[in-house]
Design a protein around this ligand. Sequence first.
Ligand code: AMP
Length: 381
Amino acid sequence: MNPATPILPGATIGVLGGGQLGRMFAIAARELGYRIHVYSPDDDSPAGQIGDLEYAAAYEDLDRIREFARRVNVVTFEFENVHAASTAAAAEFAPVRPDGWVLHTTQNRLREKSFLTQNGFPVTPFRAINSLTDLESAARDLGLPAVLKTADFGYDGKGQVKLGPGANYAEAFAGLRGAEGIYETFVDFEKELSVVAARTLSGQFQAFPVFENTHANHILDVTFAPAAIEERLAEEAVDLAEGILTKLDLVGLLTVEMFLTRDGRLLVNELAPRTHNSGHLTIDACVTSQFEQQVRAVCGLPLGSTELYAPAAMANLLGDLWRPGEPQWANALEDPSVKLHLYGKREPRPGRKMGHLTATARTTSEALRRVIRARDQLLAK
Ligand code: AMP
């Protein structure tokens, strides 16, 4: 089949990964009339609950991956830590979008940051760490404070440690447990921002408004849009994203996480070749959600408008909220501008993303106030 031929509603989309991003993608795809097959190691996964068919098998099981890919028209993913061998096996039978090498580049922090610096995109100074000597010389050459992370398969601050003056390097190095590490100089940022953007095979590009994010314990806590930054910086952030998607020759959707430094520079922290937690507010606040945009981009349909209907804020609901018992859902919904999204996960473990709330209002500060109050109300008796 000519790769430029659109994959039209009625066709089947395969999703690698069964989490909440896959779930919301599957909902958007179903609204557009597609069928969905989900592949993940788990049974009854959040995405599998919505899909037409669920494969519960390991990502390394290449025979099962081939069987899955044979029965779909296109493969995309909601989880980027799938090995290159698995995407290559899928690509024998269906287009994989974004391409496997994008996944391979972005799933390792060293490959990702090397790609960015080689192409002139700004990142914090970094070094590969394979020995205690590497760590000591990185600290000497690049300076402290810094963050030491595992190079492979990291997200949400997993496998990260901050190093300050007087740091115990031997202990920090041992913490990598033999895995390759990356030493990054610590960015004293003013804000964390993200740009979610899509690109089609024909090169059409469309970004959502810039999101502003705050984290708690390395996990995204609250996002609002539009970000409280000057127009000039917002344009710069979107231009940066367009440059990256173009350089990657990306077909699909990708998120660029950025720092805004105190002296007004944008630095790229991380790329995620998929939808992103910070983009969840697009479901309730934009003409096209990030999930629908991913469907359009991977199926070769024209991209939708990313216009924001109203300022919006999103608050994550982590498993910790369940500690005193089931949250008081009706309390949060007393504010009619608040929307509740739950991901169908049975076990509310601490730190586990169970759902989110979105509020829209006349101003971002009003949307923020409402969404935080609604989340607080979940615990009110
Ligand atoms: P990551 O897993 O790289 O997305 O990191 C998770 C969070 O840790 C980021 O959103 C930041 O809040 C923080 N962080 C990561 N790297 C750095 C850095 N080099 N400097 C300052 N903060 C960082």
